[in-house]
Ligand binder design. Structure first.
Ligand SMILES: CC(C)(COP(=O)(O)OP(=O)(O)OC[C@H]1O[C@@H](n2cnc3c(N)ncnc32)[C@H](O)[C@@H]1OP(=O)(O)O)[C@@H](O)C(=O)NCCC(=O)NCCS
Length: 164
């Protein structure tokens, strides 16, 4: 599997994966789909901050994507990043999420970050297991801070220490 930096031409495919997760999962706590302009603004914001967006797949193919950005926009948090990973429904369970996360961790480490943080819905067993496999540990659990599909959702924070 190839993991490569996303280019603008990947955005329609990224949009499709994102909106599918909005409609069918509790991984994203948005209730409504977004449009291409939304993903374009996100792409530009990441580039401006020199933060990566990685995609899995050959050129012209996007099986999944991953990115990180500031956790909180204050100076003191600058060594902590919050990441996200999404794999297309039909491509899950084939090692793509693991490949993306491995590459993202390496980039955060090379970029001098200290902590990588994921906010995961407590019932998302696949994501919790994926993060455990890479050494992430649970450091926070916040009951009923979100709602989707008419149900309260608990948020679990898992973090990985990248360096000294
Ligand atoms: C979570 C997600 C990114 C995992 O990606 P994936 O490509 O399917 O996962 P992989 O095939 O790389 O599996 C890597 C590890 O994840 C875990 N995992 C993946 N799918 C799993 C499942 N259905 N149940 C339990 N563990 C699972 C396992 O630990 C697995 O390692 P193993 O194969 O050695 O057991 C993917 O399911 C996804 O995009 N889900 C919807 C969006 C989402 O939840 N994103 C995360 C938001 S926090």
């Amino acid at each position: 599997m190839t993991v490569r930096p996303a280019i603008e031409a990947d955005l329609p495919a990224i949009l499709g994966i994102y909106n599918d997760a909005v409609l069918h999962t509790t991984a994203i706590w948005n209730w409504n789909t977004v449009d291409l302009a939304n993903r374009q603004a996100w792409f530009e914001a990441r580039a401006k901050q020199n933060y990566p967006i990685l995609v899995a797949g050959a050129p012209g193919e996007v099986l999944g994507y991953a990115s990180y950005g500031d956790w909180r926009p204050f100076d003191g948090y600058r060594y902590t990043v919050e990441h996200s990973i999404y794999v297309a429904q039909e491509a899950r369970g084939r090692g793509i999420g693991a490949g993306l996360l491995e590459a993202l961790i390496a980039m955060a480490r090379e970029g001098g970050k200290h902590i990588m943080l994921g906010g995961i819905e407590a019932g998302n067993g696949a994501s919790l297991a994926l993060h455990r496999r890479f050494g992430f540990v649970e450091t926070g659990r916040m009951p009923e801070v979100g709602q989707k599909f008419g149900k309260w959702l608990d948020l679990v924070f898992m973090q990985l220490r990248l360096g000294e």
